[in-house]
Ligand binder design. Structure first.
Ligand code: ADP
Ligand code: MG
Length: 287
């Protein structure tokens, strides 16, 4: 089962769905039994903590990179098999952070998890380029908007310069009325199309709720697309939590990967919610 794959989730333009993709792809892979770490490597505009209901005032990757904490200290459990490493959101955190240590952080996480997902910042700064080279594969995220597609080319160029490999393209926030097909967008960028994630009104709500979209509204169009993406990308079987119609029937008494898989198959997303809120409580109680 161990793939030990580090993915960088990257884009040229900001606001296209990288953090949403990192978090939700991570959650569905964890649900399929992979041990997953999602990492906020967007050091300048860190916000992954909010997506998963963690408090960014707690120990973060910024503290690790400034030499004041261990990776373990900045690792928080989100759900069975899933942890997050958030980054600090204040400008002071950023000022003290040196991205150089990211290599060691990634190496450490790689040894502990099957899949590590790095949420990479947009733009062309050093801390954006570094993760592209550290990852085994870069997932390029773009909306169908021409400006976003255009800026994806920069990500491809940067990945090449950083010595990284591109896995392919995920088109996000797609609408049925988009005049350009996603295949065409991928063709233009000469990339394999990994997936297309539809516009989903629950995406924003889930951020306000501090609960990953695939847990917040699992029946929506984007969660279904994230499950397909995970299945295609990692070759895993991703259970649809509502497929057997069972609710509240999951047994979460065990903590082995098998127990996790069983509870996922039983459609126990309530339990996953509990996990996320206990992560919040844990983060808050550390203050
Ligand atoms: P990035 O990390 O690239 O800056 P985010 O993941 O933060 O992008 O997403 C930007 C905004 O778009 C957020 O408000 C998010 O809720 C919203 N969003 C992301 N994916 C979708 C989607 N599939 N449908 C609707 N809104 C989305
Ligand atoms: Mg982001």
């Amino acid at each position: 089962m161990s793939h030990e794959t580090v993915y960088a989730v990257a884009s040229g333009k900001g606001g296209v769905g990288k953090t949403t993709t990192t978090v939700n792809l991570g959650m569905v892979l964890a649900r399929a039994g992979e041990r997953v770490a999602v990492v906020d490597a967007d050091l300048g505009m860190a916000n992954l903590a909010g997506f998963v209901g963690l408090n960014s005032d707690s120990t973060t990757l910024s503290d690790v990179l400034s030499g004041n904490a261990s990776v373990d200290d900045a690792t928080y459990r989100l759900a069975e098999n899933a942890v997050a490493v958030p980054s600090g959101t204040s400008l002071d955190d950023y000022a003290e952070t040196s991205p150089e240590g990211l290599r060691d952080v990634v190496d450490e996480l790689r040894s502990q998890y099957d899949v590590v997902l790095l949420d990479v910042g947009a733009g062309v700064t050093h801390e954006t380029v570094l993760p592209l080279g550290l990852a085994d594969a870069v997932i390029v995220v773009s909306t169908p908007e021409p400006a976003s597609v255009h800026d994806s080319r920069k990500t491809l160029e940067l990945t090449e310069r950083a010595g990284g490999e591109v896995a392919g393209l995920v088109v996000t926030r797609t609408r049925p009325d988009t005049d350009v097909s996603y295949e065409e967008i991928a063709d233009r960028l000469e990339l394999p199309l990994l997936g297309a994630i539809p516009e989903d009104p629950a995406a924003r709500e889930s951020v306000y709720a501090g609960t990953p979209l695939v847990v917040h509204a699992p029946d929506g169009p984007a969660p279904a697309a994230y499950r397909r993406l995970a299945a295609d990308l990692a070759g895993v079987e991703v259970p649809n939590e509502r497929a057997d119609g069972g609710r509240g029937s999951g047994d979460r008494s065990g903590s082995t990967p098998d127990a996790a898989r069983n509870s996922a198959e039983n459609g126990d997303d309530e339990a996953e919610r509990d996990d996320v809120s206990s992560a919040i409580t844990e983060a808050e109680s550390e203050q």
